[in-house]
Ligand binder design. Structure first.
Ligand SMILES: Cc1cc2nc3c(=O)[nH]c(=O)nc-3n(C[C@H](O)[C@H](O)[C@H](O)COP(=O)(O)OP(=O)(O)OC[C@H]3O[C@@H](n4cnc5c(N)ncnc54)[C@H](O)[C@@H]3O)c2cc1C
Length: 418
């Protein structure tokens, strides 16, 4: 392996001996992180601007644990596979308690290319029926409970849907993690501690270690401003179930997705609204969701029947997305020092640099969950906690580096963008 990959190692690991951790942000990323750390004996406090966990992106009543496999064996699909398997095990006790449903997820192809990929995936995983199976129309109808028209589809028996907001609140309650309500505007390090300040400049809490898990709002802090995350609005819609649609037994994903009914409603979704900044519901987004789910399969369109867009309810919020569609998890670099130490990459992207990276003392981040927070958060929390505890890494190094916050700095240096 080229020596330049040691950028993820810290020049000053001695500072890491700490048992006290503040986790900023009580969404699914923050709550899973807090629990993974508490399970390893750390003394964890969560901080959020809301009095309870799971109020922003993680506030939906039905979220899908999305499957994403690929015909290729690249980094992204390998990470997605690891995340899917880890999250399926992680949510097992919640499903067993009756939260959400491990009802299985069917994915139907959107075009011919996907149909071909599905055949390859079905073949590749044919010995792992608990993970995924390629089925024909007859089986898809039997499994879903409705008259799907898709001729083939992938079925993931161990996945399903959950209420992210319930999961966040359960995690906090079950592990008795204290949640401090504060809107943090600035963080600063002095006297070997992180200090978190509110809008009035008042210190709200101090801690030896800080994990920033506040999604896109990590941009407001000088230390994490460099991270290339964007905010992408999304809206889900709720439609009333009827005699036919209530027979739906699995989640179905394609161009859109639909969940089995819960409290007499199905969730359908979700829109991607670049450059739109409102959490108010928009009728045109309900319309998009309806069109997408009808385009997913005409069998779903028949099952849900005609719907009145003006009467629909739903929820809108913001995803925190990254360009490479992967979350960001790990130690936060001392940007100026790391750029200086690795500046040779600007001249020669293949330079071998033996210097370890420079990192801010005891500062970590876990964000960038994009559209897949439910799938990614348990794994990224585990990665973070194993690292802080000094446990054996749970992912191969190439996958781990693909999730590391410093990847963007190294890429930018190599492409002379920094
Ligand atoms: C419409 C829609 C549908 C979606 N559907 C799915 C789905 O089906 N399946 C799926 O896996 N994913 C889905 N997602 C994506 C998923 O919701 C996100 O990936 C996930 O919730 C992100 O979790 P998070 O903890 O990173 O962010 P959040 O849940 O937004 O948590 C961040 C927390 O930080 C707090 N915070 C922020 N700044 C500050 C501050 N300065 N001080 C104090 N507190 C602060 C916020 O209050 C918030 O509680 C969907 C997203 C949207 C918008």
């Amino acid at each position: 392996m080229a020596k330049s990959t040691v950028w993820h190692l810290d020049k000053s690991p001695a500072l890491r001996s700490t048992r006290e951790i503040a986790v900023l942000g009580a969404g699914i990323a923050g709550c899973t992180s807090a629990v993974a750390l508490a399970k390893r004996g750390f003394n964890v406090t969560l901080i959020d601007r809301h009095p309870i966990a799971g109020c922003e992106a993680s506030g939906n009543s039905q979220g899908i644990v999305y499957p994403k496999l690929s015909a290729r064996d690249d980094l992204l699909p390998r990470i997605n596979l690891a995340a899917m398997q880890f999250s399926s095990r992680y949510y097992q006790p919640f499903w067993a308690q009756g939260l959400g449903q491990q009802c299985g997820v069917i994915v139907v192809p959107e075009d011919d290319k996907m149909r071909q990929d599905f055949e390859i995936i079905g073949q590749r995983f044919k010995d792992q029926p608990d993970l995924v199976q390629l089925y024909d129309n007859r089986e898809l109808r039997r499994l879903s409970g409705i008259n799907l028209q898709a001729q083939i589809g992938l079925y993931f028996p161990k996945l399903g849907w959950l209420s992210p907001t319930d999961i966040c609140q359960q995690l906090v309650a079950q592990h008795r993690i204290p949640l401090l309500q504060a809107d943090i505007q600035r963080v600063a390090h002095s006297d070997n501690r992180w200090h978190l300040f509110d809008a009035d400049g008042q210190p709200c809490i101090t801690s030896e270690t800080l994990v920033i898990a506040n999604a896109f709002d990590c941009k407001q802090f000088q230390q994490t401003e460099f991270l290339p995350v964007t905010q992408l609005r999304g809206q889900i819609s709720h439609i009333p179930s009827n005699g036919t649609s209530s027979a739906l037994k699995t989640v179905i994903c394609g161009e859109g997705y639909i969940t089995p009914q819960y409290n007499g409603q199905h969730s359908i979704g979700a829109t991607y609204n670049k450059g739109v900044f409102t959490t108010a519901l928009r009728p045109e987004d309900h319309q998009t969701n309806l069109e997408q789910i009808c385009a997913t399969d005409s069998g779903i369109a028949s099952a849900i029947g005609s719907q009145n867009v003006t009467a629909m309810t739903g929820r809108a919020n913001y995803r925190c997305t990254t360009k490479d569609y992967l979350p960001i998890v790990g130690a936060v670099a001392n940007l100026t020092q790391l750029v200086e130490d690795y500046s040779a990459l600007r001249r020669d992207a293949k330079s071998s640099i033996a210097t370890a990276g420079s990192y801010l003392p005891n500062l970590y981040i876990n964000c960038g969950m994009g559209s897949r927070g439910l799938s990614y958060a348990p794994l990224s929390a585990e990665i973070l906690a194993t690292e802080l505890a000094g446990d054996t890494p749970i992912l191969d190094e190439d996958l781990r580096l693909a999730l590391h916050p410093t990847r963007f700095i190294i890429r930018d240096l190599k492409k002379k963008r920094l």
